[in-house]
Design a protein around this ligand. Structure first.
Ligand code: MEV
Length: 318
């Protein structure tokens, strides 16, 4: 099926530097947009197509959520990405954010970043069953984004409330630091891992204590980031990884990459929901870290961090 798509938008992926999982429970966290983007094209039509095919019932929950939000039942969507999917690098948040901008542009609606961040967060919540606005706010805003950071750390963007939790979203300056991502090649969808943590926390006081501790470590790491203190930030990252492992969201492949990169890094941890996906290392020796990741079967990606958020690429609908 050949379609002349009317609107094209794109959004970057993200890496979580500190605070995944605990952020779902309102604890502080920080993420940075990365220079790999998802491109989404849309066009009006009289049916529902994704990449030229009619999707099965229940497939593509992020897309369905954004269509529902915009009161439309038919749409032709095309998506393409340079992000590995289910990799902890924000492919679904980048899809939601770019689709929200594309659809709202197609229908002449508000396209300010706060509206896009809220709509794409609702899509994540709908698809995952539970979520924080960290991924979607980062992919929408670009650069560095902190949630529930201490007073004076970052500039307020928007506040999001859901299910009794409140997240104060701020933009932060990203210091001149080098991160390397290591992708395990293992697909790990976020929803089931978030649900596993929820069950663990519900039945076990120990899990709740770990989540509190992760919140404290994230605060220490954020303050280190503000001071441009790589030693202390790296230390917080490695501690965060240990707590995530105790929470049961790491795996052998991630631990292998983390351990292999530690000798050349200030700190190293899984990033995103875990269970596979990716890890990150903060380093002054990116080549050695890349080599260590490759030797253990991972795929290294050197990150460029001054990445723009969601943006319109083309609009022929006007
Ligand atoms: C996934 O990238 C990050 C999690 O904290 C879930 C979320 O914040 O929605 C695991």
């Amino acid at each position: 099926m050949t379609v002349d798509y009317e609107v094209t938008a794109s959004a970057p992926g993200k890496m979580i530097v500190l605070g995944e999982h605990s952020v779902v429970y309102g604890k502080p966290a920080v993420a940075i947009a990365i220079d790999k983007r998802t491109v989404t094209k849309v066009s009006k039509c009289d049916d529902f197509y994704v990449n030229g095919y009619r999707p099965l019932a229940g497939a593509h929950p992020h897309i369905r959520s954004i269509m529902l939000d915009n009161n439309i039942s038919s749409l032709s969507v095309y998506g393409d990405t340079t992000l590995p999917t289910s990799s902890g690098l924000g492919s679904s948040a980048a899809l939601s954010s770019s689709l929200s901008l594309a659809v709202r542009t197609l229908y002449g609606k508000d396209t300010d970043k706060e509206t896009i961040a809220r709509e794409s967060f609702e899509a994540e919540w709908f698809a995952q069953g539970r979520a924080s606005p960290l991924d979607t706010s980062t992919c929408t805003k670009g650069g560095g984004v902190a949630l529930n950071s201490p007073e004076g750390l970052g500039r307020h963007l928007w506040t999001i409330d859901k299910a009794g939790k409140t997240w104060d979203v701020k933009e932060i300056d990203v210091p001149d630091m080098t991160f390397v991502i290591g992708y395990t090649g293992i697909h790990a969808p976020t929803g089931p891992i978030v649900e596993k943590v929820r069950k663990y926390k519900e039945h076990n006081k120990f899990a709740a204590d770990i989540i509190d501790e992760m919140g404290l470590i994230a605060l220490i790491g954020m303050n280190a980031m503000r001071r441009n203190d790589k030693e202390d930030l790296g230390d917080a990252m490695t501690k965060n990884h240990k707590l995530l492992s105790i929470l049961g969201v790491s795996c052998n492949e991630l631990n292998k990459l983390v351990n292999a990169t530690l000798p050349y890094s200030y700190g190293s941890k899984l990033t995103g929901s875990g269970g596979g996906g990716s890890m990150i290392a903060l380093t002054d020796e990116p080549e050695k870290v890349c080599e260590a990741i490759t030797l253990r079967g991972g795929t290294p990606i050197i990150v460029h961090t001054d990445t723009e958020g969601v943006r319109l690429e083309e609009n022929t609908a006007e």
